[in-house]
Design a protein around this ligand. Structure first.
Ligand code: DP6
Length: 349
């Protein structure tokens, strides 16, 4: 199929923080275990895309107004890999301009927000090309989630508001490996507007990328046990979240974060992404929780930075303590204050 004219669109899409972690994949970006995440709000990417007829596939990307050849290469590789899905990409020039709300150097993952924004733009443009209007927005989200998955697994979850799950559960048999679903139905109100303070403990580039980390799961002797644990944790976490059972929620979320890092340490070759400040912050959060009986907990991405999670109703007390005790541990005192969000939005051009 050949493009006859240009098409354009723009989307804003948020990052997400996994509560049960996706770690290990197979085939065409299918997850080895199901995962679930809060969709964030303040940490997001925007992407403006214009597609024009051309002799072959090419792409140009400006990030905050500057040409970014490393990103450009990754995106070109991805676009090339989905020509079977969107044959019009075969002869298209793809012009993009993108921004992140959070500093690129902060060491927090941007692939979920950036790749979900990319997927939303592609699905939107494909609709325009096909003169299609989905009957409901669920269909559009599902398709966007599927395309986002092909670009970066965790991005599949970012297209939904509040809470999203991705991957088939071996226990409930619910979910799909192809795309994520909204998982916020029936969740206790204590989780609405849940807070996430992202403590930037180190902004150094990761020594091992997530993609390499996923690959190392193939030879990890704990892999099968881990996949079993994730299935059980997903089931129990959802139950805890429906019942507002904070102690189970906290136990599972922290177990997931520490298991993720334990898997890195037990990979071959082994590696450690936590820093001394990470452990110090974990200890401080646990001591504060015990002493004050406030349901605050932590999780970690594939990096040293801490995501501190707590109900909005406790934010006055938590934020005062955080600024006094945790901010001094952060690089340049940097903390990103975020909370669960409403999912992506189309930007009017
Ligand atoms: C630790 O989605 O970045 O954040 O599919 O290779 O792009 P690719 O990996 P990516 O992995 C994210 C891993 C994680 C856990 C999670 O978000 O579930």
């Amino acid at each position: 199929m050949i493009l006859k004219q240009s098409y354009s669109t723009a989307w804003k899409s948020p990052s997400n923080i996994a509560l049960v972690k996706y770690w290990g994949k197979f085939g065409r970006q299918f997850p080895s275990n199901p995962s679930i995440s809060f969709t964030l709000s303040e940490a997001y990417s925007t992407l403006v895309m214009k597609i024009s007829p051309a002799d072959s596939l090419s792409c140009q990307l400006e990030f905050h107004g500057k040409r970014e050849s490393a990103f450009e290469e990754r995106i070109l590789g991805f676009l090339d890999s989905i020509k079977d899905v969107y044959p019009w990409l075969e002869r298209a020039s793809v012009d993009m301009s993108s921004t992140n709300s959070f500093p690129h150097s902060a060491g927090i993952a941007s692939s979920a927000s950036a790749m979900s924004a990319l997927a939303l733009c592609l699905v939107d443009i494909d609709q325009q090309i096909q003169h299609q209007t989905w009957k409901d927005s669920d269909n559009f989200r599902q398709r966007s989630s599927e395309i986002a998955r092909l670009a970066s697994g965790s991005a599949a979850r970012s297209v939904y508001p509040f809470l999203a799950r991705w991957g088939i559960s071996t226990i409930s048999k619910k979910g799909s490996n192809d795309y994520a679903d909204y998982a916020g139905e029936g969740i206790h109100s204590i989780f609405s507007n849940y807070k996430n303070s992202i403590l930037i403990l180190s902004s150094a580039t990761k020594s091992v990328s997530s993609s390499a980390g996923h690959r190392l799961m193939k030879g990890n002797r704990f892999a099968d046990e881990r996949f079993k644990q994730a299935n059980e944790n997903l089931d129990q976490l959802l139950l805890a979240m429906c019942q507002g059972d904070m102690s189970s929620f906290i136990r599972i979320v922290e177990e997931e974060a520490l298991t993720l890092h334990a898997l890195m340490m037990t990979s071959n070759p082994s590696y450690i992404l936590m820093e001394p400040q990470t452990i110090e912050a974990i200890r401080a959060i646990r001591a504060f929780r015990e002493e004050k009986e406030i349901p605050v907990c932590f999780t970690l991405d594939a990096g040293p930075n801490i995501h501190m999670l707590y109900p909005a109703s406790y934010s006055d007390q938590v934020d005062i303590w955080r600024d006094a005790v945790l901010r001094p541990l952060c690089e340049g005192g940097r903390i990103i204050e975020d909370h669960v969000g409403q999912g992506p939005q189309r930007i009017t051009l």
